[in-house]
Design a protein around this ligand. Sequence first.
Ligand SMILES: Cc1ncc(COP(=O)(O)O)c(C=O)c1O
Length: 429
Amino acid sequence: MHTFIKTNELLEREIKVSPLAAQTYSKSYRYFCKGVAPSYMDHGEGCYIYDVDGNKFIDFMCALGPITIGYNDPDVNAAVIRQVNKFASGSLQSELEVELAEKLCDIIPCAEMVRFVKNGGDATTAAVRLARAYTGRDVILMSGYHGMHDWSIGASANNKGVPQSVCDLTVNFIYNDLLDLENKLQNNSVAAVILEPIQSDGPKEGYLEGVKELAHKYGAILIFDEVVSGFHYALGGAQEVFGVSPDLVAFGKGMANGYPISAVAGRRDLLEQIEHGVFVSTTFGGDSISMAASLATIKQLEQPGFYEHINKIGTIMRDGIRERIEKYNLGETLSVSGMPAHCGVSFEGHGSLSYLDIQSVYSQTMIQNGILVFAIYFLNKNHTEKEAYDYLDATDKAFALIRQAIDEDSVDGILLGGKVDPVFKRNIK
Ligand SMILES: Cc1ncc(COP(=O)(O)O)c(C=O)c1O
């Protein structure tokens, strides 16, 4: 049985001085069962993490996507330490910047040039600005999550604090629905169509080709947000998997095994606008530590068999979730969505239980069984069949308890701590 004494002490202290006691929403205690889940990590090793109370978990969160190789990887560490002993951010560029830019132009199909920033949202925002400057238009059509900046969060349900005039310039379109996209392209003067190319089970046959054709027909720039899909499904991202190249792409998360770096890449004529008055510049954009980490990470991602391994492990997990949903007859409450490399469980309410009651039973049980996961899993190089089957054993126990909760129409006696209580909740049950 895990105990969380130190986690809970630290939480009590941090809540007083930092909102949500975490710097990323979905890493906050609010997204787990309070009191019976870890919040603070001591160290990681491969695909395992150790919390401040000495508990060990198999980590299927992978820091929400960045950990593609594994924690404490000797090659990434060595590259980082080599550079730490030289400089981090300097008054001049590091040679690594040239190497990494060349490498990305080599491996990303649409990349003729690349500009480095820090967060995924910086990269999507840079891409949107380049598209607006190029087209002389303002409206953005988006599908997916693209970061915290006004142009994108303004078009979400969580747009408090964003001026209405900014919200009005971004319109959501429905993924995998070309008619909806064309309708919105007809009715707006669109600078860019930006989307996460892989959502839920992925694009329908011909969908991404259709998006590209429509965007160009209406004079808009096509941007793929590959902040999640990049480096997780294939080295060149979804554009490599599906053979459709956008005009611009944003990468982040998985490119440096946890070190902060992101990039906007794409057509030369679009990127070159940065030399002619389109402002994309950050103090830490050239941070050489992350570049050293990224080069060492990509070197491993390039090894033959890397993505075959990830897909094999992911397929075992995805198939196993499906089997267990059937085994416990939970098809009305649980569904599995995603492609093998990044996939997981979605929750619906049942009877008097809300989707958060059901999710809480899942989350608590996974933690009790040594699995750290945020409904949808990420994988890294170190996950093997052993960890996949450990995940499925825990999943089996979680689903059995969900079945029990539904049959009893209650989580009393099942939940031992708080419930999952996200800041942003769905409207539906
Ligand atoms: C698809 C996608 N784009 C952009 C972002 C924003 O990235 P960041 O949080 O690094 O700014 C995220 C973050 O989760 C994301 O999932």
